[in-house]
Write a protein that binds this ligand. Structure first.
Ligand code: TYD
Ligand code: MG
Length: 487
C-alpha cells in the first residue's frame, strides 16, 4: 500500500504547512499537499525532522533496485477488455478516471466491474451521486448479477463517501460521477472546477491511505467541454476514455494515460440489452453486414491505440444541389470532412478520375467508428474513385496509406499489425505505401502486398485487376491516370 502524503517531503523547503507539515518552495494561500488554506508559514532553516528538532537526517535516498514493487500488482476485475486496457487490472490505492459522453455506458461498465469483483467474494462499493440507489438497482437487475457484498451509498457529499469507505474498507470504490459530488465546506456548486479538483484530491488521499483502488466517472460533452475531467488528469494515475456512437453497439475503451503500464491500449465492447459484452474479435461486428464488391466500399485496417481494427469506408455519389461552382464539399460521418475534401481535391487534380461537377459526395466509416488516422486516406480516396467510376474494389483487398497533396502515398506506422489483422480476417491482398512493401517480412504468409507510390498508381493497379475480372458496373474501366506506371 502507498504511504499517505503526510509523510512525504518534509525537508529543505522554504515554507512549512502547519497542518500537514509538508514543505513548499513557493508560498501559496493553500497548501498544495493537504489543501488547507492559510497554513503555510516560513519553515525554520534545517536539515531533518522539524518535530524532533534534533537536526536529524532526512530519509536517505534508496537504491532503486531495492524498492519493492509489492502492491503494484494489478487485481483483475474480471471484465476482460478493461483488464487488457489496464495492463491486467486495478492497482491498490490507484485512482482511475473514466471519461466519456453522457449515455455512452460508463455507469454500466463500472457496475459490471463492481459486480464481477463482488462475485469473487470481495466487498466493493459504489458511491452513486447521480442516480438514486433504486435506479442503480434497476440497471443491476437488467444486467443480472447483484451480489450481496456489493455495497452502495447515495448522495453527493464527498465526506460521507470517505466515511463509508473508512467504515467498510471495500476492495474497490467507484464514484459516479465526479461532476455530481461536492465538498460542502467549499461553498461552490458541484461540477465547478474548484469542486472537481478538491474532491479528486480528497478521494485520491483516501485511496492512498486505504489502499482501495478508486474508479471515478467523468462526463465529457460532445461539444468538447473537457474542462471538468481533463483538469484533473494530472492528479490521477490512469485516464480511460470510453467512446462510441450512441446509435451503434460498439464501444471503445482507450487508456489515455497509465502509470502502471503502456498507454494507448484499446478494449472493445458491445452494448447489449443486458449490459456491455467484451468483444475480443470486433471483426464480425464491424464487417459482418458488409456487401463486398459494391462500388464505393473499401476496407482499411486502422489502429485504435495499438490495436488494429478493420473498418469499412464507404462513399456515395448523390444528386447535387446544382448551381454551385465546382463539386460541393463531401459530407461525412466518422471521417473528418476537411480531410475528405482535401482527398477529393487530390483525386481530382492528381488522377484522371473526373469528379461530376455538381454531384454531392458522401463518405462514411461504418459501425460507429470515427476514423481519424491519416492511414485511412488512401481508402477514402479509393472509395470515392470507386463510386465515381462505379467499379468495385476486389472483395479480398485491404488498403492503407497516407496521401500527400502531390498524390503520393506516404508511410504510416504499424504496418505489421495492420497486415496481421487483415490476414487474420481472411483478406488476401493489401495495397500499401511502396516504401513499406519493400520492408522485409512485414506481411504474413498468405497475404500479398502491393506497394503503390501514388494514388494514380493504385487506381491503375485496380483498373487492370477490374479489367481482368470483367468487373460489373456501368463504367467497367478505371480511367487511365496520367502519371500511372504500369505494374
Ligand atoms: P449508462 O451506463 O447509464 O451511461 P453513462 O453512465 O455513460 O451516462 O448507459 C446509458 C445507455 O446505455 C442507456 O441509454 C441505455 C443503454 N443501455 C443498454 O443498452 N443496455 C444496458 O444493459 C444498459 C444498462 C444500458
Ligand atoms: Mg452514468
Amino acid at each position: 500500500m502507498a504511504t499517505a502524503p503526510r509523510s512525504r517531503a518534509r525537508d529543505g523547503g522554504a515554507y512549512l504547512c502547519a497542518s500537514c507539515e509538508a514543505t513548499s518552495l513557493q508560498w501559496a494561500g493553500r497548501c498544495p499537499a493537504c489543501g488547507e488554506w492559510n497554513t503555510l508559514g516560513p519553515a525554520p532553516l534545517r536539515r531533518g525532522n522539524a518535530k524532533s528538532g534534533k537536526g536529524a537526517e532526512g530519509p536517505p535516498a534508496l537504491a532503486l533496485v531495492d524498492v519493492s514493487t509489492d502492491g503494484t500488482h494489478p487485481l483483475p476485475t474480471g471484465v476482460s477488455e478493461l483488464d487488457r486496457v489496464m495492463g491486467g487490472g486495478v492497482v491498490a490505492g490507484s485512482v482511475t478516471l473514466l471519461f466519456g459522453p453522457p449515455g455512452i455506458g460508463k455507469s454500466t461498465l463500472l457496475f459490471q466491474v463492481l459486480s464481477s469483483l463482488a462475485a469473487t467474494g470481495l466487498d466493493v462499493m459504489l458511491a452513486s451521486a447521480e442516480e438514486s440507489l433504486a435506479q442503480v438497482r434497476g440497471r443491476a437487475s437488467r444486467i443480472g448479477l447483484v451480489p450481496r457484498n456489493l455495497l452502495a451509498i447515495e448522495g453527493p457529499d464527498v465526506e460521507a463517501i470517505e466515511a463509508a469507505v473508512e467504515r467498510h474498507r471495500p476492495a474497490l470504490v467507484v464514484v459516479d460521477s465526479l461532476q455530481s459530488i461536492s465538498d460542502p465546506e467549499l461553498g461552490q456548486p458541484a461540477g465547478s472546477l474548484a469542486q472537481v479538483r478538491a474532491c479528486v484530491e480528497r478521494l485520491t488521499r483516501m485511496a492512498k491511505s486505504t489502499g482501495a483502488p478508486l474508479l471515478l466517472v467523468g462526463h465529457v460533452t460532445k461539444d468538447g467541454d473537457l474542462a471538468g475531467p481533463r483538469a484533473v488528469e494530472h492528479l490521477v494515475d490512469t485516464v480511460l476514455s470510453f467512446d462510441g456512437d450512441r446509435h451503434h453497439a460498439l464501444r471503445v475503451l482507450t487508456s489515455v494515460k497509465h502509470r502502471f503500464g503502456p498507454a494507448g491500449e484499446v478494449g472493445i465492447f458491445e452494448m447489449r440489452d443486458d449490459g456491455l459484452r467484451a468483444v475480443p474479435d470486433p471483426g464480425p461486428l464491424l464487417l459482418g453486414d458488409r456487401m463486398a464488391g459494391v462500388p464505393g466500399s473499401v476496407v482499411v485496417p486502422v489502429l485504435q491505440g495499438r490495436r488494429p481494427l478493420l473498418v469499412e469506408v464507404q462513399a456515395l455519389l448523390g444528386p447535387g444541389a446544382g448551381g454551385g461552382t465546382g463539386p460541393p464539399r463531401p459530407q461525412t460521418l466518422g471521417i473528418d470532412a476537411a480531410r475528405a475534401n482535401l482527398l477529393l481535391a487530390v483525386l481530382a487534380c492528381r488522377t484522371a478520375v473526373e469528379i461530376p461537377a455538381s454531384a454531392q459526395m458522401f463518405a462514411a466509416a461504418v459501425g460507429g467508428i470515427t476514423v481519424t488516422e491519416p492511414a485511412a486516406d488512401l481508402a477514402v480516396a479509393l472509395a470515392m474513385a470507386s463510386v465515381i467510376t462505379d467499379v468495385p474494389l476486389p472483395p479480398d483487398v485491404v488498403v492503407f496509406g497516407e496521401l500527400g497533396l502531390a498524390g503520393e502515398v506516404r508511410t504510416v506506422p504499424g504496418a505489421d499489425r495492420r497486415l496481421a489483422e487483415a490476414h487474420r480476417a481472411g483478406f488476401t491482398r493489401a495495397l500499401v505505401p511502396a516504401s513499406m512493401a519493400s520492408a522485409p517480412a512485414v506481411a504474413p504468409a498468405g497475404l500479398t502486398v502491393h506497394g503503390v507510390r501514388t494514388l494514380a498508381e493504385a487506381l491503375s493497379l485496380l483498373k487492370s485487376e477490374a479489367g481482368a475480372r470483367g468487373a460489373p458496373g456501368t463504367m467497367p474501366v478505371w480511367p487511365t491516370a496520367p502519371a500511372a506506371a504500369s505494374l
